[in-house]
Design a binder for this molecule. Structure first.
Ligand SMILES: Nc1nc2c(ncn2[C@@H]2O[C@H](COP(=O)(O)OP(=O)(O)OP(=O)(O)O)[C@@H](O)[C@H]2O)c(=O)[nH]1
Length: 468
């Protein structure tokens, strides 16, 4: 997972501070230096890091803190808040209104994942009862229209666009497709307007306009993007950003923000292993909220983004509400009672694991102490006793998959079952602080401020007990 390394480094710095017998200015400075180093190594912009350090020092002023104050907690909270501040501009994104047509335009650098994300966004809203449509105003990249057409067809979403003619010195009006002459259009403004008008007539309530990828150095393409925006008058412009973007992120994002009215951000490829700090800087540059993240190439590998649970997860403190949402999403209604029964007994069968698929690992990664950084280590070091060699070979032959795949699946199952057993969720689906305490590694519990800190955290995350 992107930012896993940064999250791990910050958690370790906090952990070291927690281990100190007394928190004084030196301990705080050491902790802040470690965090600063980790942020800079992850490509977070220098100025952002400097501001963060200054703000934390202002909040944690040892002269002002009376004896008896829990300095450890105040420092942790200040770091948490500062990380949230980078990602949260403090204003909500435009919300689509049912019964009205909204036009949403996607912009971003080349290859950031706009076309893929347009379909994900449309599909997400389609599932929620919207009537979305896709318009391909990317006449620059050969194959962009075909990609959108293919994605849209698969997701059963209406689309509009034309195969692109040649750009540059030659503009052709026709191309041969499947032995037929097809009229092409290379003016993205015209296509965007035609598409929006058509879908307005068809009473679509969410019209998504995909545009070409561009860099700030490409003045003509930036001008073209402004023209598409002026012509279609989008209610919301979404800046799509690849999470692996490095140091150049801040300037690029700022250039987009200065040219069109970026109102929200979607960060893609969060399933990768990039450092991710550049993406944090770019989000800050847009001063717009992140609304979704892309977690894979598939259409439903897309998550609503919430700042606090995300930062909490990044720091290894877990995202309980996200965990429960995921479980709710992946377990069919009619199977939930059976699963609850198993969870209440602290058991988790292989059958259940297979039913839920690999996505369960994603859910497990939201639990405290189960950071993405740690999980592969756990998987690699586990030894499965249940299955002997001949059984594994037989399963591999039976399903026509390599033995390695079977082994990998069993290892994943074992890790999942172990975490599940530790959690022991009640039959009603409650996960109370006591259960959590049992599930947490002792170090982590100390870092959260003991049982009291844990109870507070659970309150913040949606009540003392969370329901499935
Ligand atoms: N792993 C992963 N891959 C992604 C994600 N989102 C997009 N991709 C992949 O990124 C590549 C580029 O995605 P596109 O959607 O074509 O990007 P684009 O921004 O439309 O590209 P241009 O139109 O050339 O600017 C494709 O291979 C996608 O499958 C994601 O969340 N995770």
């Amino acid at each position: 997972m992107v930012l896993a390394q940064l999250g791990g480094s910050i958690s370790r710095a906090l952990q070291q501070m927690s281990n100190a017998t007394m928190i004084d200015e030196k301990v705080l400075n050491d902790c802040l230096n470690d965090i600063t180093r980790a942020l800079l190594q992850s490509d977070v912009q220098f100025k952002l890091v400097g501001d963060m350090q200054t703000n934390i020092k202002k909040i944690v002023n040892f002269d002002d803190l009376a004896a008896g104050h829990n300095k450890r907690k105040i420092i942790q909270q200040a770091i948490f808040n500062e990380l949230c501040k980078i990602l949260d501009p403090g204003k909500p994104a435009f919300t689509l209104k049912k019964g009205e047509t909204s036009v949403v335009m996607f912009v971003g650098l080349q290859g950031s994942g706009k076309t893929t994300t347009c379909t994900k966004y449309a599909h997400y809203h389609q599932k929620k009862g919207w009537k979305p449509a896709l318009v391909c105003a990317d006449t620059f990249r050969a194959g962009a229209f075909d990609q959108l057409k293919q994605n849209a067809t698969k997701a059963k979403i209406p689309f509009y666009g034309r195969p692109n003619g040649l750009r540059g010195n030659f503009i052709t009006d026709f191309v041969m497709i499947d032995q037929e002459l097809v009229y092409t259009e290379s003016d993205p403004v015209r296509i965007a307007v035609e598409g929006v008008e058509r879908f307005k007539k068809e009473n679509c309530d969410l019209i998504i306009v995909d545009t070409s990828g561009r860099h700030k150095q490409e003045a003509a393409l930036f001008e073209e993007m402004c023209q598409v925006s002026e012509a279609t008058k989008p209610d919301l412009v979404i800046f799509v950003m690849d999470s692996s973007i490095g140091q150049a992120a801040f300037d690029q994002a700022q250039a987009f923000k200065q040219s069109v009215a970026v109102g929200a951000v979607i960060v893609t490829k969060m399933d990768g292993h990039a450092k991710g700090g550049g993406a944090l800087s770019a989000v800050a540059a847009t001063k717009s909220p992140v609304i979704f993240i892309g977690t894979g190439e598939l259409t439903d590998e897309f998550e609503v983004f919430d700042v606090k649970p995300f930062v909490s997860r990044l720091l290894g403190m877990g995202d309980f509400s996200g965990f429960m949402d995921k479980i709710h999403e992946i377990v069919p209604m009619d199977q939930q009672a059976e699963l609850l029964q198993e969870l209440s007994e602290g058991t988790f069968t292989l059958r259940n694991f297979l039913k839920m698929g690999p996505i369960v690992l994603e859910a497990i990664s939201m639990l405290p102490g189960a950071s993405q950084e740690l999980m592969p280590k756990e998987l690699d070091s586990s030894n499965l006793k249940l299955m002997n060699e001949s059984r594994i070979m037989r399963i591999a032959r039976g399903c026509g998959r390599p033995v390695r795949d079977v082994m990998e699946m069993l290892e994943k199952y074992k890790t999942t079952a172990k975490t599940w057993k530790r959690l022991k969720i009640s039959k009603k689906g409650d996960m109370n602080a006591q259960n959590m305490r049992n599930a947490l590694p002792p170090d982590m519990l100390r870092q959260l401020g003991g049982m009291g800190g844990l109870q507070n955290l659970m309150k913040q995350m949606g009540g003392g007990a969370l329901r499935i």
